[in-house]
Structures are given as C-alpha cells and as structure tokens.
Design a protein around this ligand. Structure first.
Ligand SMILES: [Zn+2]
Length: 98
C-alpha cells in the first residue's frame, strides 16, 4: 500500500483506496484497464466514475449501505446511503485522520 496523497492510497490489484467519512472505513475502487472505474489521475482531487456503491441492498448486517460520487476530491453521498452523511457532500478526509 502506497500513499499517493493525504487522501488517496494505492493498493494491490490496480485499486485506489480512500477513507469514507460516512462509513468511517476505507473503501477501495478498481481502476485502470478492463473493468472498473475511471480515475482522473489527480491524487489530490480524485474523480471516480461511475458512482460507487458499497454493501448494496444492505446485505452485510451492521455495515452501512454507502452510495457516492467522488468528484474533485469531494464525496457526494446519495440519498440511498444509510449512514448519517446521506445526502451530503464533504471533502475526502486525510487518510490518517480516520
Ligand atoms: Zn462509505
């Protein structure tokens, strides 16, 4: 695992990891060739498309459903998220702040 910036880390398997302030947990997205998300290449103000959905359907008990867009270093939580930041847009936090 390597720090690309204060808010973004790279992990094995062409994945990038950020700290989600809604879940208070790290999320990873797969980027690059083949299936996965597109990444704007800016570790200080990352943008991933399309939207990111964790725990779809709330299938893992005790873990929030988390649906977001990460754009220019900010994370917009969609209204179907089940944590307290649903519907809000906030800056991605420093990884170590989590
Ligand atoms: Zn989350």
């Amino acid at each position: 695992m390597a720090a690309l910036s204060k808010i973004l880390r790279s992990v094995e398997g062409n994945r990038l990891m950020f700290w989600c302030p809604g879940c208070d947990a790290a999320h990873a997205v797969r980027v690059g060739s083949g299936s996965g998300w597109t990444y704007n290449g800016n570790p200080d103000k990352p943008t991933f498309t399309p939207s990111i959905l964790f725990n779809p359907g709330g299938e893992t008990p005790g873990v929030p459903l988390c649906h977001s867009f990460v754009t220019d270093g900010r994370i917009q939580f969609l209204g179907d998220s089940t944590h307290p930041l649903a519907g809000q847009t906030v800056d991605l936090p420093d990884f170590d702040a989590g």
